[in-house]
Write a protein that binds this ligand. Structure first.
Ligand code: TRP
Length: 332
């Protein structure tokens, strides 16, 4: 039987992914490529919805690719590519904009939140049409499932609606993707504000573990993570959000169950436990960071790999776009 097709995307908006990105989504990308036909897209066009610098977008796109490979995305098992190198994304994006209602698009919470944050004057039109471009990202590859975090649920629902609408109006064109919301993935919170998820845009600088930070910096961040009243190492998200977050992190990386960690560290005190978490995280990230740095040394190699990925992606994308135009009735 043919393998199921998965597609996911990540924005190249910073120099480093963080531990929440990895444990919350990217780790599953790596696992899924083993038994799926996986397409992973660095969505640089989506990153243009906020102000960018030419040098930065280039640097961060390459840094994202290097980190994805260092984390285990293999160009042999997956198709890893940059969105702007596959023009069909914009082309199908327009068709999706023509399928979507204005009210429907206005209800997207990510748009509502961000436009509130930036104000309607500085919020870009691209922020409004973002979900329709995302729908195109997914539908071009006839993806069966889309591994994303909970925050993307609404965009996946919209994608399904748009695909269904297109299919019923113009004939079977797109696979309707399953929202594959990553339930099994660990939800990692900010080390300094453990009630909020680890995030570069909202979190505190010292609360975010960055993959590209030095081992020393990350060890220090973990050792200074905020802890809770008392001294018992126990999982209790209400009473002990800080310790619970550290237990989640240790468990996600070491593979030890939370309860075995509770028995190991329960009465040893917070200091000993935090040092153990720091060791586990730092030793895990050390070779990943090094691999990413090595890949970034040879920019040509990296760029060539991305070109190969885009060439593979364009074949699939062009095929779908052609079918969509044909079903719409455009003159070929
Ligand atoms: N909107 C997604 C995010 O913010 C990124 C994204 C763009 C994406 N295109 C996609 C995710 C296609 C999955 C599939 O995380």
């Amino acid at each position: 039987m043919a393998k199921m097709r998965v597609l996911s995307g990540i924005q190249p908006t910073s120099d480093s992914f963080h531990l929440g990105n990895y444990l919350g989504a990217l780790k599953q990308w790596v696992e899924l490529q083993e038994d799926h036909d996986a397409f992973y897209c660095i969505v640089d066009l989506h990153a243009l919805t906020i102000e960018t610098e030419p040098a930065l977008i280039r640097k961060r796109t390459l840094a994202s690719a290097a980190q994805l490979m260092a984390l285990g995305i293999s160009s042999k098992k997956s198709t890893l590519f940059v969105q702007s190198q596959v023009p069909q994304h914009n082309q199908l994006g327009w068709l999706m904009e023509c399928m979507a209602g204005f009210g429907e698009a206005s209800r997207m919470t990510q748009f509502k939140d961000k436009s509130l944050k930036f104000g309607t004057d500085s919020a870009r039109v691209g922020l409004f049409t973002y979900p329709m471009l995302q729908a195109a990202d997914i539908l071009l590859y006839q993806a069966d499932c889309v591994p994303v975090g909970e925050d993307q649920r609404q965009h996946i629902e919209l994608t399904r609606d748009l695909a269904g609408r297109f299919n019923s109006r113009y004939g079977q064109t797109f696979t309707i993707p399953d929202g594959y919301i990553l339930k099994t993935a660990a939800k990692i919170n900010d080390l300094q504000e453990p009630s909020a998820k680890m995030s570069k845009s909202s979190g505190s600088e010292s609360g975010v573990i960055e993959i590209m930070d030095t081992p020393e910096v990350n060890a220090k961040k973990i050792k200074s993570a905020i802890t809770d009243a008392g001294n018992e190492v126990r999982f209790d998200e209400k009473e002990k959000p800080g310790i619970s977050n550290l237990l989640t992190i240790h468990s996600a990386i070491s593979g030890n169950s939370i309860s075995s960690l509770e028995s190991e560290f329960g009465d040893k005190g917070y200091g000993v436990f935090k040092s153990a978490v720091a060791d586990v995280v730092v030793e895990y990230l050390r070779p990943i960071r090094q691999r990413a740095l090595d890949l970034l040394e040879d920019e040509k190699f990296l760029v060539d790999l991305l070109h190969e990925g885009a060439a593979k992606a364009r074949i699939v994308a062009a095929h779908t776009l052609e079918k969509a135009y044909k079903n719409l009735g455009t003159v070929a």
